[in-house]
Write a protein that binds this ligand. Sequence first.
Ligand SMILES: [Zn+2]
Ligand SMILES: [Zn+2]
Length: 273
Amino acid sequence: MRFVDSHAHLADPAFDPDRSDVIARARSAGAVAIVAIGESLAAAARARELSAAHVGFVYFTAGVHPHDAAAFDPARDPAAIRAEVEHGAVAIGECGLDYHYDHSPRPLQRRAFAAQLAIAGETGRPAVVHTREAEDDTTAMVREAGAAGIGGVLHCFTGSHALAHAALESGWYISFSGIVTFKKWIDDDLLRLVPDDRLLVESDSPYLAPVPDRGKRNEPAWVARTVARVASARGVSGESLGEQCARNAVSFFGLRSSVLHLPSSTIASEVTP
Ligand SMILES: [Zn+2]
Ligand SMILES: [Zn+2]
């Protein structure tokens, strides 16, 4: 099986002790690329360094998570995010709205999210969007973004079918994480609702380890289990679903198409001319 982990917090300190082993295990499990999420500007800078150390395999994004939206500085952060795009960030985010935890006041979450969607529009990069218990506002903002030609993905999606349809109608993608392997997951119709060409898979590691490792530190290699679970709900093989989602990730993030042309085990040699 081959796959792209479309959302991993690979720069998280949780991986500091053994990050190179984590990356090696991901390759062995079939990963052909990992998108390292910069959920803060500090994380984005670390993710950029990882991307530079693993050219063609690790890609990075830059943004401010909704949990930290209260600290989003409209005078400074947009310029810093644009600078990361100039340095090769493939997407803006993760950004979005989280009304479950409400770590930042909702108006400030909306302000930071809107500012980052605008940067996505200006730079032509897609947005990586986190949404939890904020369906009405997410729907409105995604529809508005879609109408403005701004692309995006609802990552680690666990929302309603209505929100999924709104995103798909806006031209957006939907990404599933290890949550779909949990016993409490009952919405296989949602796993079937997303068209083949709009589907992504992710680890969201170090969080949300799939069963039977739920509660442990997650890692990109385990996306293979999420691929298998989504594939079985859709009645296709894991191999074909992993391949389809890898193609989607290449197209969505604008990854090097060479990631699809090489067996994962040979990508390490890509950095040599
Ligand atoms: Zn998230
Ligand atoms: Zn995340």
